[in-house]
Design a protein around this ligand. Structure first.
Ligand code: B1M
Length: 219
């Protein structure tokens, strides 16, 4: 792994956002994910590689959390560090295309507050020529349905990161399709699978942002 990307991974894992923030104490006054990702971009490193480095850091903090070696505040700092990188990556993923392919409504499902993956999907979809309406996190059935009312013909995307919230997707899909039978609903998020998507009558499952774009382009 490139040295800068390795350092970015560590910043994500440790929740080191920028030089000014004194957290974590042993990294005080060192560059954080903010400065390092800017340096990486300025030195011509592919934004996709920077993103891969971030995912490694997120994976590591997730594993520590699962082993009770890290707790929610640490996850929050990692999320902050990742958001700082995403601010620098946004222009690359969103650049270019006229928004003419259609409208994509996306939200993290009821009960779920994870939004980093959903934001990445939104960014890449937008960069591929779709208008994105991001409903945020903990999105209720009513909010999804209102968005479909307001954007007839849109395609809906749902994200879930928890095994306890992915189960909410089935009812959300049923309710949306009861009111808008022709609306296509795509689902994604770490605990999901194609089999699960089929089981809950989703119209498609995407493991990542590019997979979402590929599915959208098929409709
Ligand atoms: Co939480 N968390 N978290 N967390 N968190 C996980 C998901 C967990 C796996 C950690 C672990 O135990 N190893 C675990 C879930 C276990 C499970 O259900 N099986 C967990 C838990 C338990 C919890 C809490 C319950 C902890 C607690 O309070 N005790 C709590 C729940 C809060 C809630 O939602 N109600 C909680 C809270 C949080 C924070 C708020 C602190 C923070 C989120 C901050 C934020 O998002 N703004 C957080 C974080 C950061 C994580 C980990 C460490 C990282 C998640 C992440 O951002 N990954 C995570 C462990 C891990 O993933 N390794 C963990 C990076 C992101 C780019 O990947 O989101 O997978 P991901 O998105 C990917 C794909 O999944 C896909 O594309 C993205 C890019 O490739 N994708 C889609 C995502 N959505 C899509 C939608 C699509 C298509 C593709 O639509 C078509």
């Amino acid at each position: 792994m490139n040295e800068l990307i390795g350092k970015i991974s560590i910043c994500i894992e440790r929740g080191k956002v920028n030089k000014a923030v004194p957290y974590p104490p042993d990294m005080k006054e060192q560059d954080g994910s903010d400065e390092l990702s800017k340096q990486a971009i300025d030195s011509g490193i592919d934004p996709n590689e920077i993103l891969q480095g971030c995912m490694v850091g997120m994976q590591r903090i997730g594993e520590k959390f699962a082993k009770n070696e890290a707790f929610v505040p640490e996850l929050l700092m990692s999320a902050k560090a990742m958001n700082a990188v995403m601010e620098h990556l946004k222009p690359f993923f969103q650049s270019g295309n006229v928004k003419r392919k259609g409208q994509f409504v996306i939200g993290t499902v009821t009960g779920d507050l994870h939004d980093i993956g959903k934001k990445l999907v939104a960014m890449v979809v937008e960069g591929n020529g779709w208008e994105v309406i991001d409903l945020g996190v903990d999105v209720s059935t009513d909010k999804f349905i209102n968005a479909v009312d307001e954007h007839p013909g849109c395609i809906v995307g749902m994200s879930a990161l928890l095994t306890t919230t992915m189960v909410n997707m089935e009812k959300l899909i049923k309710d949306i399709k009861t009111k808008h039978p022709d609306t296509k609903v795509l689902v994604g998020g770490a605990p999901l699978s194609r089999e699960y998507a089929n089981k809950i009558n989703a119209d498609g499952y995407a493991p990542d942002p590019q997979g979402t774009v590929n599915l959208l382009n098929e409709f």
